[in-house]
Ligand binder design. Structure first.
Ligand code: SAM
Length: 381
């Protein structure tokens, strides 16, 4: 009986990916985005998107449905590869992919997380590797993560302790400092009713759930990826899911895909309910955009951390450059420093600047971008 299950669940990465997993992943993105590549306006739309990015006008990039297929075709491939390798490198993340588990991906409509995480799932053989993965996951926590954490946390703490006045709210110049202080307070009061921080009104009802969770019995090895975003990316995510299922051999017993549409800064009850059930929450290349609205994003982070179940993980990656700068008073921090200081989060892994470089042998219709980014993996205490 057990053997039968093994043949159902087990995926042989070599059989699924062939010789080059990276190229296979790119082919999946290319096939999913074929319609975008056929658009006569592809190049001009891409130029428009880039100029909005230059102006940091993110709403103008994402609130135009005509931009979305072009955005995915251009930005999802290298990100998907980066996230795929990120998961493979960290046993603590791979463990989540054994299932049953729920991964809530904030701002993930473009599909990079879906492709990258699904591809990593092919390697997370829940039946055959369960013991091995557990061992190395423990090892990561106690060695690599701990050692790095010590070094970087010390540096971070030193820097922040110099600025205690800001973090402790002694700087009375602006509301941001108060909100920072409020974050720590909020982080331990998870049962507070949710409110829209921009008004005094209660938060709106749960955001629209496009794909309802299946009522069927949860499979022991099922991984549910919830793609949360403030715009409707279903014309991109739908075809992408189909291509992933067929090219990565991931049936519904292994992979469930759900989408949740809503502005994450609205802090809907639906979102916090999702958070409370998630084993892993990701913020991939979205946090610095959200921090354009510092006050609401600080509140969001505090509420999410408070709602996370103990033992759940949070993965954050974003630009290692000035895009991730956060001005507090007259000082500038990197956005992760704020999270590093939350007492209810333990840093499992940290890297302030790392490169993902696309191997030159890979082929894709567009130039692939190398990515310099920071990475944090936190665990809720
Ligand atoms: C720079 S893209 C990153 C996409 C994806 N995470 C990736 O790594 O490729 C930012 C994403 O966050 C979404 N987004 C921006 N602001 C948001 C908000 N307030 N609430 C929810 N999603 C948001 C955008 O629609 C977009 O999909």
């Amino acid at each position: 009986m057990e053997d039968k299950k093994k043949t159902v669940i087990a995926n042989d990465p070599k059989k699924v990916f062939g010789r080059s997993p990276d190229q296979h992943i790119l082919n999946v993105v290319k096939e999913s985005c074929q319609e975008a590549f056929n658009l006569p306006s592809f190049d001009t739309t891409l130029q428009t998107i880039k100029s909005h990015f230059f102006d940091r006008n993110y709403d103008a990039v994402f609130q135009n449905p005509g931009h979305l297929p072009v955005y995915s075709a251009r930005y999802a491939p290298s990100r998907a590869l980066c996230y795929y390798h990120l998961f493979l490198e960290h046993p603590v993340l791979m463990k989540t992919l054994e299932g049953p588990s729920t991964i809530l991906c904030i701002g993930s409509g473009a599909g990079s997380e879906l492709v990258g995480i699904s591809a990593a799932m092919v390697h997370a053989n829940p039946v055959l590797k369960v013991k091995k993965v557990k061992k190395s996951a423990d090892k990561e926590q106690s060695t690599k993560g701990a050692a790095k954490t010590e070094v970087h946390a010390e540096a971070g703490a030193e820097q922040m302790s110099k600025d205690t006045s800001v973090i402790k709210g002694n700087d009375t110049n602006g509301a941001v400092e108060d909100t920072t202080l409020g974050m720590e307070k909020l982080a331990v009061t998870s049962s507070e009713p949710t409110q829209d921080p921009s008004t005094d009104a209660p938060a709106p009802a749960a955001a629209v759930t496009k794909t309802k969770p299946k009522k069927s019995k949860v499979n022991k090895h099922q991984v549910t990826i919830v793609m949360q975003d403030y715009v409707d990316w279903s014309p991109i995510l739908g075809p992408m899911e189909s291509v992933i299922r067929s090219r990565m051999v991931l049936g519904p017993e292994r992979l469930q895909c759900e989408t949740e549409i809503g502005n994450v800064l609205d802090l809907s009850e639906g979102l916090l309910e999702r958070v409370a059930k998630a084993d892993l929450i990701t913020f991939m290349f979205v946090l610095n955009e959200l921090f354009q609205d510092k006050k609401r994003t600080m509140l969001l982070v505090a509420k999410i951390v408070a709602a996370m179940p103990s033992g759940a993980h949070m993965l954050v990656a974003d630009s290692a450059g000035s895009f991730s700068n956060l001005k507090v008073g007259d000082r500038t921090y990197m956005v992760y420093m704020l999270l590093d200081h939350l007492k209810s989060l333990e840093i499992v892994y940290q890297d302030d600047a790392t490169w993902y470089r696309c191997p030159p042998s890979l082929t894709y219709p567009l130039k692939l971008e190398n990515m310099r980014h920071f990475v944090r993996i936190y665990r809720k205490l």
